[in-house]
Design a protein around this ligand. Structure first.
Ligand code: 5GP
Length: 138
C-alpha cells in the first residue's frame, strides 16, 4: 500500500494548491518552489509511489497530460524550452512519494545546469548493457 503523502491531500482539496489542469485521470498544479515560474507537477488520480510501481495505464495518463500541458506552459511563460523530470526513490531525488512529473519551463541562460556525465571505461558499456538486456528477458 502507498503511504499517505502531501499530494494525496492536495488531490482531495485538503491542502490548497494552484490548480493548472484536471481531467478524469490526472491533476496538475504549480510547484510550491519553482525552478522557474510556471514549474508544474502532474500527478495521477490513481495514487502510486513512482514510475517503479506505476501500471502502464496510470503512467500513460500522466504522460499524456504532460504532452498536453508542455507547449501551453511554454507559451504562457514565454519559455525557450521545457525540461520534463520524474524522480524515483530518494536516491533518484524523490522527496514526495507520489508519482509526479515535473514540467519545468527553461530559458536560454537560466543557469539551471544539467548534471555532468562521465565516459565509460573500457568494457564497462558492454558489461552494463549485458546486465540490462538480461533484465529485459525477465
Ligand atoms: P521531488 O523531489 O519529489 O521530485 O519533488 C517534489 C516537489 O514537490 C518539489 O519540487 C517541491 O517543491 C514540491 N512540493 C512539495 N510540497 C509541496 C506542496 O505542498 N505544494 C506544492 N504545490 N508543491 C510541493
Amino acid at each position: 500500500m502507498t503511504e499517505e503523502t502531501i499530494f494525496d491531500k492536495i488531490l482531495r482539496g485538503e491542502i490548497p494548491a494552484h490548480k493548472v489542469y484536471e481531467d478524469e485521470h490526472t491533476f496538475a498544479f504549480l510547484d510550491i518552489a519553482p525552478i522557474n515560474k510556471g514549474h508544474t507537477l502532474v500527478i495521477p488520480k490513481n495514487s502510486t509511489r513512482n514510475i517503479l510501481t506505476a501500471d502502464e495505464e496510470t503512467f500513460a495518463h500522466v504522460m499524456e497530460t504532460v504532452r498536453t500541458l508542455s507547449p501551453k506552459i511554454k507559451e504562457a511563460v514565454g519559455a525557450d524550452g521545457i525540461t520534463i523530470g520524474i524522480n524515483n526513490e530518494a536516491a533518484g531525488g524523490q522527496e514526495v512519494f507520489y508519482l509526479h512529473a515535473h514540467i519545468i519551463p527553461r530559458f536560454e541562460n537560466d543557469g539551471r545546469k544539467h548534471w555532468g556525465g562521465e565516459s565509460y571505461k573500457d568494457g564497462e558499456a558492454e558489461a552494463t548493457l549485458e546486465k540490462i538486456v538480461n533484465q529485459l528477458k525477465n
